[in-house]
Design a protein around this ligand. Structure first.
Ligand SMILES: Cc1ncc(COP(=O)(O)O)c(C=O)c1O
Length: 483
């Protein structure tokens, strides 16, 4: 039964809380006019995003009396950065502020002080990685990535270490940092020295291996940043050892054996000599012995069990085991981490190739389902029109339209395998020119310019596993709970 006061009391309390919050936080744009004497307030700002390097102009529209246009004093503050003066720019007829450099690609509150009155803009300013500035910003969903790290960790047996591969995704350092916070990662692997440095600078404390071939002249830099390269030849070991003669500590290296991938690593017959060379260097330590499989399939487990060396994984495994046994039989590499398997081995449960550690890349960045993606990539329709039947689409007019067609145009999407969704419906791509993409909106005839378009990468792909020159920002502040 309704009792007087049971509903009104919470409502009143909510209202009071709201007013208090407003008083504490200041004013939110022009939506709610300040109670002060101010005669100007900021309406909106553009562009809404820019690179972390800063030094970008942000234009601010201000509501002010006609006889006072351009006369307000303005101060802008992006997040917690020092405030800086804004000026009126006659060319655009708008006020303008310059962005300061910011450490992380994340969104920050833009606070604008006009004639001494402070306003927090309702939309946040989005800092991004550099990318192709014209492409729409991809927002990486940090909590989703962290969930995926936990899911993968749970699939790996407790006594097997978990090396996370951070490849392709931007920004590598902050992504790895976010993953490390999810706990359960024992090692990181990166493709380049520069990526390794980015991880260290982002505060990653776990061991970091640099995969593939690394020029031995980088040995001092690798040691400095605590990065572990692959040792791939005797010449490599000699050069690294020479450059580290005065080093006070030891470079950890992974002896990489090419057991049948035909890529990086020493051939199995040469592995023992290389292991001895590393062992004899006082500046190198044999931290790991590794290989990589070319062809992982479901049937590998049975083939390994049956000793079927016609199966490529079984064959590579037998070559690897033989090389490791030969090295260890001479008392070398007894404490080395043995590692070989990647996502496919884990997916197929090929347990004999788990060894001491799995190196997992793809699986970490997969979206768990098409509905649960670890990123948001959105743009908006910049033009709509109806193309009459017979219209050409792009050069050479290969497929003229057979009916009048309502189309929407989007721009600067540097991937032609994506799918576009408008109002939750997939819309067909009629022409894709990267700079201009023409979408068929004939089933959505009331869609207008400015409407949002969701961009979806193919299959389970995520931008973290797909090199894309797109500006990236990290979303939802799982990193430090900031944004
Ligand atoms: C040497 C090496 N190890 C492990 C991996 C990880 O493979 P996946 O992404 O299939 O997990 C890769 C691929 O990036 C690799 O090149």
């Amino acid at each position: 039964m309704y009792e007087p006061g049971t509903i009104t009391r919470p409502v009143v309390l909510l209202g009071i809380t709201f007013i208090v919050v407003l008083l504490v936080l200041g004013n939110w744009g022009c939506g709610r006019k300040p109670t002060t004497q101010s005669n100007a307030c900021p309406l909106e700002f553009t562009p809404e995003s820019g690179p972390v390097e800063g030094d970008q102009l942000v234009f601010i529209a201000v509501e002010e009396p006609a006889d006072a246009i351009g006369s307000a004093t303005m101060v802008c503050r992006f997040g917690q950065h020092a405030a800086s003066r804004g000026d009126f720019a006659t060319t655009s007829g708008l006020y303008v502020c310059r962005t300061p450099a910011h450490q992380r690609p994340e969104s920050v509150i833009l606070t604008i002080t006009l004639n001494g009155v402070e306003f927090h803009m309702p939309k946040r300013y989005i800092y991004t990685t550099h990318g192709n500035g014209a492409a729409p910003v991809i927002g990486i969903d940090v909590p989703t990535i962290q969930q995926q790290v936990k899911r993968v960790r749970e699939m790996i047996p407790r006594d097997v270490a978990f090396a996370a591969i951070v490849k392709n995704g931007e920004p590598p350092g902050l992504l790895a940092d976010a993953m490390a916070r999810a706990t359960g990662i024992d090692y990181f692997c990166v493709p380049t020295l520069q990526d390794g440095i980015a991880l260290r600078e982002a505060g990653v404390k776990e061991p970091i291996m640099v995969l593939y071939l690394t020029d031995p002249t980088y040995a001092p830099a690798l040691l400095h940043y605590g990065l572990e390269p692959a040792a791939t030849s005797l010449a490599w070991v000699e050069e690294a050892d020479r450059l580290l003669q005065h080093a006070s500590s030891v470079l950890q290296v992974h002896l990489w054996i090419d057991t049948g991938m035909g890529r990086e690593g020493v051939m199995p017959v040469d592995a023992l000599a290389l292991a001895h060379a590393v062992n004899q260097s006082s500046k190198l330590h044999l931290q790991g012995i590794a290989t990589h499989f070319c062809c992982n399939y479901e049937e590998d487990l049975a083939a390994i069990g049956n000793g079927d060396l016609k199966n490529q994984t079984a064959l590579q495994k037998s070559r690897f085991d033989e090389a490791v046994a030969a090295i260890r039989s001479e008392g070398v590499g007894l404490d080395a981490i043995i590692h070989a398997g990647a996502s496919a081995a884990l997916k197929h449960g090929t347990t004999p190739v788990y060894y001491d550690m799995l190196r997992v890349g793809t699986m970490l960045f997969e979206n768990t389902s098409p509905e649960h993606r670890n990123y948001k990539w959105r743009t908006k329709i910049l033009q709509v029109k109806t193309l009459p039947a017979g219209s050409c689409l792009d050069y050479d007019c290969l497929q003229p339209l057979d009916a009048d067609t309502y189309v929407g145009l989007v721009t600067h999407i540097p991937n032609d395998e994506v799918t576009y969704q408008v109002r939750g419906q997939i819309v067909e791509t009629l022409a894709d020119h990267e700079y201009v993409v023409v979408l068929d909106l004939s089933r959505l005839p009331d869609v207008q310019e400015g409407e949002e378009v969701e961009i979806i990468l193919p299959d389970l792909n995520s931008p973290l596993d797909t090199p894309l020159s797109v500006p990236v920002t990290l979303r939802e502040g799982a990193i430090n709970g900031v944004n």
